[in-house]
Design a protein around this ligand. Structure first.
Ligand code: ADP
Length: 304
């Protein structure tokens, strides 16, 4: 598999804040690759370097085989970059924004319309609406259309679903899946852990460091922890007491339950007895299926 993006030992700081620390990863041509991590993990910094808007302190990055520092002009014509913040002209209409981005790259809307048709088609009902007056989901569709109008080889999407409602989020991932069929490489970042499974491979990133890279299924399968759900009417006291048990390695809130990471000697029945002695009479502890969020918690714990 040849690489669309190759990042080697990349480091970038802002003053004393280290945003990226010895990051290496590669994204294959035509791959849908996810960068998964919380706010402040370094995702936008990596995107800005790949989009040639920032230079690294050390290490290197190539996009389509071109170095981001030496060949920044060439790269800019070959990527479609959707920054985290809404980047379109709020005072221009839907149609004017699209025309503007097409003209920047010297292409006509007509020649590449097939690529954006499933996305832009949903905006056609209001071509004269100003971009600033669109809903979050519609803004996102327009931004994606504008990022695609010059038929880029690589799409760099920085947290495209942040702040968008759940239905639009899901629709957005469906649209990305159709672009995959057009063999466009997609590097997409998100802080929503549940979106990780929509990618072919993911890199988990935290505090500027890559924690692991693989397919979501292999990463989840490799969690390898003694994982349980725990519930009680008094979840706060339950969390406190579970964390005090020596045979509990970690315990954290997980949706409506707690997830308990047991040490090798953890026995749910014995733990339930101990909690009863502490006055918690309704505790239920049963095996849990780990997911990406558990993996992230485990990786950050191991990293520390
Ligand atoms: P993410 O996109 O994952 O939220 P960022 O790349 O935006 O992460 O930020 C990584 C770290 O760098 C954070 O600690 C952030 O506060 C810091 N940072 C980002 N941009 C700047 C900047 N222009 N000046 C100073 N610090 C910054």
């Amino acid at each position: 598999m040849s690489c669309a993006v190759e990042i080697t030992d990349l480091t970038k700081s802002y003053g004393t804040t280290v945003a990226l620390e010895h990051v290496s990863l590669s994204v294959g041509k035509g791959e849908m690759f996810g960068l998964i991590g919380p706010d402040g993990a370094g995702k936008s910094t990596m995107y800005k370097i790949l989009a040639t808007l920032l230079t690294p302190d050390s290490g290197s990055a190539t996009v389509c085989g071109l170095d981001t520092v030496r060949h920044f002009r060439d790269i800019r014509t070959r990527i479609g970059y959707m920054p985290e913040k809404f980047s379109l002209y709020q005072d221009l209409t839907v149609e004017e924004n699209l025309k503007f981005f097409a003209s920047l790259f010297g292409v006509s809307i007509k020649e590449n319309y097939d690529l954006i048709a499933p996305i832009f088609g949903q905006l056609k009902r209001f071509p004269n609406r100003r971009a600033g007056a669109l809903s979050g989901g519609m803004k996102q569709k327009l931004a994606l259309s504008c990022a695609l109008i010059h038929r880029p080889e690589i799409l760099l999407l920085d947290e495209p679903t942040t702040g968008v409602d759940a239905v639009s989020r899901s629709e957005f991932w469906d649209m990305l899946a159709t672009l995959r069929e057009k063999e466009i490489t997609i590097l997409v970042s998100t802080s929503y852990m549940d979106e990780a499974t929509r990618c072919e491979r993911i890199a988990m990133i935290n505090e500027g460091r890559i924690l692991d890279i693989d397919t979501p299924a292999r990463l989840i399968a490799g969690i390898g922890e003694n994982l349980y759900n725990a519930v009680s009417a008094d979840m706060f006291t339950l969390l406190k007491h579970l964390r005090e048990l020596p045979e509990v390695s970690d315990c954290y809130t997980f949706g409506a339950t707690l997830h308990v990471v047991g040490a090798p000697d953890f026995d749910p029945a014995r733990a339930t007895d101990k909690l009863r002695e502490q006055g918690l009479n309704d505790v239920k502890i049963y095996p849990a299926q780990g997911d990406i969020e558990d993996l992230f918690i485990k990786l950050t714990r191991d990293d520390k």
